[in-house]
Each structure stands twice: as structure tokens, then as C-alpha cells.
Write a protein that binds this ligand. Structure first.
Ligand code: SAH
Length: 363
């Protein structure tokens, strides 16, 4: 069977005909049901630190931001993981800014404590870290690592990810290379991009989605870019970043098309319905993504006092809800779709990441 190629993916991304899009939604939903089933896996998100040494042009945690900074202790991280366990979640994601203060030893201690105390799978999302750290964390019990490559356009990548002082050309700066090394270490690997980041064209986004298939990713996060006034991309000079022609909008419809196409390109992947999409559409964002390819939600289990300070972008959905309230709301939303909450760690169901759309779908 033919594979979805660049031209087809781009054509779907710019498609506006509602009847044609109904076909895309239905196909993504069918492939999702057939390949990963009706379970929606819940991952408890632990935002372990908002310190960051980087200055990414889109992220509110960037080093120059004047934020009230915090870093959780291993005991606090364990307590948040226990909360996830009490709420019935099968895994946790420990995410943070790129924070050297989350040392190799501190993170390993937290991982070992969670593994000793709970059956939870552990995903790390701590940015670009050394092979020594990644190897130690794997040995301590980490199962998965999330590192979005953010864009497959090398010029845009370099424009928005300044080098650390004195570390230009460092091997650790190549996110694709880090993903490959982590796979070799035995991690399940996740990546993704933001939809509508300034400078992203339709061709770039189509290439991004095709990269997901090429890398045979286990987990893929795709959410809208939301401008933060703390960043150059959300400040007075934001317009200077826009692509002169074919700038992708950071809207809900385009994000949903990207989620649906991601499901068709990587049928067996775990794909979250992102908080960024729920922030854009608080009423229906979560549900629409779950009905158009997604099978994972990442409810926040960070203590409330820290959560409000983890301000990647403003107005984050669910920022003021307790973990328990969030769980009640989410489970209701999942059941209203005729789906169930997944039990167990919810890892990759098999290793294949290829086409499984019907031939009638190609045009
Ligand atoms: N320091 C880690 C975690 C970053 S936060 C890392 O670099 O991997 C997790 C994700 O949030 C990022 O990968 C990015 O894709 C997303 N993000 C950052 N700023 C955003 C913004 N302004 N709008 C939407 N998503 C954003």
C-alpha cells in the first residue's frame, strides 16, 4: 500500500472542506481504535522544577524570565507520584526546565523511590542531558523519555534555541541524536512539535509529521504554540519571526489535523490530547483530540503552589484544580466519549510505526 507522503500530508494540513475533514477525523479515529484500542491512558504530570539554563525563544521558563523559581525535592516528587497512584494512574511524567540543579543523583534517587513504592512507569522530560545522566536514570528504573524536537527545519531550530555559552556545536545540542541514543539505551522515546510556532510553514509542519514516522516514535505530543509575553516570540517583536509566506496558524483546527495525521503516520504510538490544546479550547479541546487520534491525557499532579509557577505559557488549563478534582473531571469526559480509563502502565503496544490507513483514504 502506498504511504502517505509529503504532498498528501501537506494537502490534508491545508484542507478546509468540512466534508473532506470528516473523512480524516473518521479515519484517524478508526486507526486509533484498531491499533491502540478504546482505553485512554492517564499519566500524572509532575512539574519538578521551573529553573532553566536555556533561553528558548518560545518558552516562559527560559533563563532570562523573572519567575519565582522552585525545585521539588525527591521526597516531594515521590509524594506527587503516590498521589498519581492513588488516583489510579499507571504512569508519571517528571518534567522540568533544563535544570542542572536536578542532578544525576537527585533524579536517580526520586526514580528509585517511586519504583520501590509504586508500580508506576516513569517518563522523564528534563531536556538535553548527558549520556552519563541518561544511562544512570535508565539503570535507576526510568522507562521513557520525552524530548520534543520542536521543528525539523534546522534554520528555525537554531534561531529559536540559542547555544549555551561556550557549548556551541556540543553533541548534546542535537535533539535527534539524543533521541537515537536514548532508544539505544532502552528508553521508549517520545517527541513532538508545536503547531503554528512563528516561522513554521506548511512544508515544515508536513516534514515534522513525516519525521515522527521516520523515527518510529513511541509517544508523540503535538499541541498549539501559545505565545508567552515573557518570551521574544510573544513580545513586541513577535511578528518578525513569522514566515513571509505560508505561516501555519496556531489554531485548534490545524492542531487537530496534525494530531489526526500523526495517528495515520504512526498508528501504534501513544498520542496525548495536550494541555495546550485544552488551554485553547477549554470546553472541547481534550475531547476533540481524543476523538481524532489521541489516546493519552496527562493530568497535572504537581502541588498547586508549584504548578502556578510552571508558566511555560499563560492561562494553562486546569492550573487551579486539585489533582483529585482534575481526575473527576477527566474521567467524566472520557466516559462521555464511550471510552474507558486505561489501567496499567500503558506502554507501546507494538513496534510497528507505519501506514495502516485504508487505500480509499488516499487521494
Ligand atoms: N525542558 C524540557 C521540557 C520543556 S516543556 C525540554 O526542553 O524538553 C515541554 C514542552 O512544552 C516543550 O517541549 C514545548 O514543545 C512546549 N512549549 C514550550 N513553550 C510553549 C509555548 N509557548 N506554547 C506551547 N507549547 C510550549
Amino acid at each position: 500500500m502506498a504511504e502517505l507522503g509529503h504532498a498528501e500530508v501537506k494537502a490534508w494540513l491545508v484542507e478546509r472542506d468540512p466534508a473532506a475533514l470528516e473523512g480524516l477525523w473518521a479515519e484517524a479515529d478508526r486507526v486509533r481504535r484498531e491499533r491502540v484500542g478504546d482505553a485512554v491512558h492517564l499519566r500524572g504530570l509532575i512539574e519538578a522544577s521551573n529553573h532553566c539554563v536555556r533561553a528558548c525563544h518560545y518558552c516562559g521558563l527560559r533563563a532570562p524570565s523573572r519567575l519565582d523559581r522552585y525545585r521539588m525535592t525527591p521526597e516531594e516528587i515521590l509524594e506527587a507520584a503516590r498521589e498519581a497512584r492513588r488516583l489510579g494512574y499507571g504512569s508519571v511524567v517528571i518534567q522540568a526546565g533544563e535544570d542542572p540543579g536536578l542532578t544525576e543523583g537527585l533524579v536517580a534517587e526520586a526514580i528509585r523511590a517511586i519504583k520501590a513504592d509504586t508500580p508506576l512507569a516513569i517518563t522523564l522530560s528534563l531536556g538535553e542531558r548527558s549520556d552519563a545522566e541518561l544511562t544512570t536514570w535508565k539503570a535507576a528504573g526510568a522507562d521513557r523519555y520525552l524530548l520534543r524536537f520542536e521543528t525539523s527545519d534546522p534554520d528555525l531550530y537554531h534561531l529559536i534555541h540559542p547555544d549555551l555559552p561556550g557549548r556551541a556545536g556540543d553533541q548534546a545540542r542535537d535533539r535527534f541524536a539524543q533521541l537515537r541514543r536514548m532508544r539505544a539505551m532502552g528508553y521508549e522515546i517520545g517527541s513532538g512539535v508545536m503547531v503554528g510556532i512563528p516561522g513554521q510553514t506548511w512544508d515544515t509542519l508536513a516534514s515534522d509529521l513525516l519525521c515522527f514516522r521516520e523515527f518510529d516514535l513511541d509517544m508523540i505530543g503535538v499541541g498549539p504554540f501559545l505565545p508567552s509575553p515573557r518570551t521574544p516570540m510573544g513580545g513586541p517583536d513577535a511578528a518578525a519571526y513569522l514566515a513571509p509566506r505560508g505561516q501555519v496558524p496556531n489554531d485548534e483546527l490545524t492542531t487537530l489535523k496534525a494530531v489526526a495525521l500523526t495517528r495515520l503516520l504512526c498508528p501504534a504510538a501513544n498520542i496525548p490530547s495536550t494541555t495546550a490544546l485544552a488551554t485553547l479550547d477549554r470546553e472541547q479541546g481534550r475531547e476533540l483530540a481524543l476523538q481524532r487520534g489521541a489516546n493519552v491525557v496527562m493530568p497535572n499532579v504537581t502541588p498547586l503552589a508549584y504548578r502556578v509557577r510552571y508558566e511555560i505559557y499563560p492561562g494553562k488549563a486546569c492550573v487551579n484544580e486539585t489533582a483529585a478534582a482534575c481526575q473527576g473531571c477527566l474521567e467524566g469526559r472520557i466516559r462521555s466519549l464511550g471510552r474507558q480509563v486505561g489501567r496499567g502502565p500503558g506502554g507501546r503496544v507494538n513496534t510497528e510505526c507505519q501506514e495502516s490507513a485504508t487505500s480509499a483514504f488516499y487521494r
